[in-house]
Write a protein that binds this ligand. Sequence first.
Ligand code: HPA
Length: 273
Amino acid sequence: MIGLKQKIQESVQAIRNRTAFKPEIGIILGTGLGRLADNIQADTTIPYATIPHFPIPTVESHGGRLILGMINNRPVVAMQGRVHYYEGYEPQEITHPVRVMKELGIHTLIVSNAAGGLNPEFQAGDIAVITDHINLTSLNPLRGPNDETLGPRFPDMFQCYDPALIKIAQETARDLGIRLVKGVYAWLTGPNLETAAEYRYLRIIGADLVGMSTVPETIVARHAGLRVLGFSVITDMGIPEQLKPVDLATVLKVASQAEPRLTRLVSEVIGRI
Ligand code: HPA
């Protein structure tokens, strides 16, 4: 079995065979942010399928390309499309691209996702900046032998979403006139959405947002010493007393309505990091 380090190096080599571009900021474009890729002055675009060990999204709403280029005069690497645990991937596979982006040179990771809203002050369509997370899955991408050259055995999760970056996001949103709420994101595996009792429980334990991604990527990013900034598009509200049926079409529609706002916000934030 080949080790984590070798897999990272093989992925990096495949990318380096295509370009010497040095990104500083990594971006994971989840549901609702895929179009940010249109704002990148691309140097190189590489399909995941041509990078060894890169997991391929099986969900139609997620692309599968790595884009290296400039946004707002900053060198970035963006993942257009991500994979989730519910697709059958292991947490270590899901997070492999984060380690590869670190090796390419990034110091900061921006993650985005679609999430259910639990805080009654939120509305579907709002954008939230993630202030903290709760891992409810009992899964962990760091399980197994630890390679000390990648990060510590017991990484601290103190302020794992960088307070200075959250502040920049809030100031930028204010300047652009974009409503930005904030909250704690709870990770569940999905793929089903939650029952009313589960939404109630999530609210009681302190979550404002719930979704099926982002937490494993953040854990690995912090393990690697990256600064993390996270955004959720709230696609549906999980208020137990007011629950309505939700389908993927609704989730995608609300996400696409928020997409131009989140794209503007993230592009401007990148210029200010
Ligand atoms: N729950 C979990 N994940 C989600 C939701 C939700 O309500 N909405 C979008 N992703």
